[in-house]
Design a protein. Structure first.
Length: 114
């Protein structure tokens, strides 16, 4: 028996981390998409660390993230210890719920999009 196909398939969940350098008043941004878990958290941290190395202010745009676990949360807390971190999350959904219960808003600026 085969699984029904869905638009995008498993590609929707594959992690992707795009870096947009800061310009003018805009901070450098890491736009994350897909699932961030124990397997992809090192890539997420590497992207944020790369941005933080050249900017005092870092934005992590998580509006395209479909799932995150404690490994992703740990990365965000680690970056917030050494950089001014802003995290953009969707207005609702599992990622938003996870981030709201962690207390990340106590060490970083957390804003909602949409």
């Amino acid at each position: 028996m085969t699984e029904p196909s869905t638009p995008g398939g498993d590609q929707d969940f594959q992690p992707r981390f795009d870096i947009a350098p800061g310009s003018g008043q805009q901070p450098a941004t890491v736009r994350a998409a897909g699932d961030i878990d124990l397997t992809s958290a090192p890539q997420f941290q590497a992207a944020l660390t790369q941005v933080a190395a050249t900017a005092s202010e870092v934005t992590a745009d998580l509006t395209g993230v479909t799932y995150c676990d404690s490994a992703a949360i740990h990365v965000l807390f680690t970056v917030a210890e050494s950089s001014r971190l802003t995290v953009i999350i969707p207005a609702s959904g599992p990622v938003t719920t996870m981030l709201k219960i962690t207390g990340l808003d106590q060490v970083a600026t957390v804003t909602t999009a949409g």
